[in-house]
Ligand binder design. Sequence first.
Ligand SMILES: Cc1ncc(COP(=O)(O)O)c(C=O)c1O
Length: 379
Amino acid sequence: MTHSFEGAGDGTRAVRAGLPEPVKHEPTLPGPVFAAHFHLPGDPTGPYTYGRDENPTWTHLERAIGELEAPGRDGVETLVFASGMAAISAVLFSQLSAGDAVVLPDDGYQVLPLVRGQLEAYGIEVRTAPTGGDAQLDVLDGAKLLWIETPSNPGLDVCDVRRLAEAAHARGALVAVDNTLATPLGQRPLELGADFSVASGTKQLTGHGDILLGYVTGGDASAMASVRRWRKIVGAIPGPMEAWLAHRSLATLQMRVDRQDASAQVIAETLRDWPEELGVRYPGLPGDPSHKIASQQMRRFGCVVSFTLPTRARADRFLDALRLVDDATSFGGVRSTAERRGRWGGDAVPEGFIRLSVGAEDPEDLVADVRRALDESAK
Ligand SMILES: Cc1ncc(COP(=O)(O)O)c(C=O)c1O
């Protein structure tokens, strides 16, 4: 029996993703392989030689992610990393050298400015532009790599990946998309023309808030060879247990994203219809500035909703009043979380800006909790 699920639904593909051929008396998903080295008499040929280079538990997970990111496409490779930042750094630092120019978003994940400083220290020119309005188009000339984050975190702006990728390729630049917020079930950057889909698997991909993981999926063999080389040099590899837990979590990916994203839509509508103006942002809301392009390139709109309360004190009272939503950073987990994003100081957001990550609780309970916290915090 061969595992080809082309044409199958997302649930079927998620449940079966990356499973090896069935072997009598073996488990469906083999357990984590804990090995620093593998038996290796004679010439050191792969696939498994040393634990920093390869591990069978990674192989299963990498196949699974590849099947979800680029279904039915040959020649696509996935590499897993210790965290999303390890994956992001692997692409940027393996593809760029002194004298190159790179385009980053200026409203992306809040560690990107630190990355920018490091790239500049290595003599790489960094240009930035906002995600919304495809503004990165204006600074592409002469760039070697375009880095896109859509939807952007935490502002939830969306850009047209296909349009940007075509413009970048016309100028000879490679294109990477941070697919963390959307997950491969929400968006497939390679189908939209990107060379790399890069993500933090810490968020909704694994969804339980208990592991850090990252990955890079790419279709350009020589670019991916440099990313692999970077992983070997830096050694930012996931532990076998994390990789196995991630694979185990993928089986429920479709159930989790469908549940969480549907609830996020309901919460976004509740906030939009609230008597106070809360500046809610959610790509799934028909009136949202991101909605048009998001509807064209996304298959689901994500579990993160952003909105702004009038003051920092009100935002703190709101977070305090929530009972079903933990005040915590990160997003994508089955347990809802929210935070006042301005507390970190890295994002250009108002003091009362809240990033709410909708979990898998019953949507009516979540809506009631949010409504009550809005009411109580207004007093
Ligand atoms: C959009 C985005 N990309 C990358 C990362 C980094 O991922 P990690 O925390 O797994 O290193 C994050 C983390 O919040 C993120 O939100």
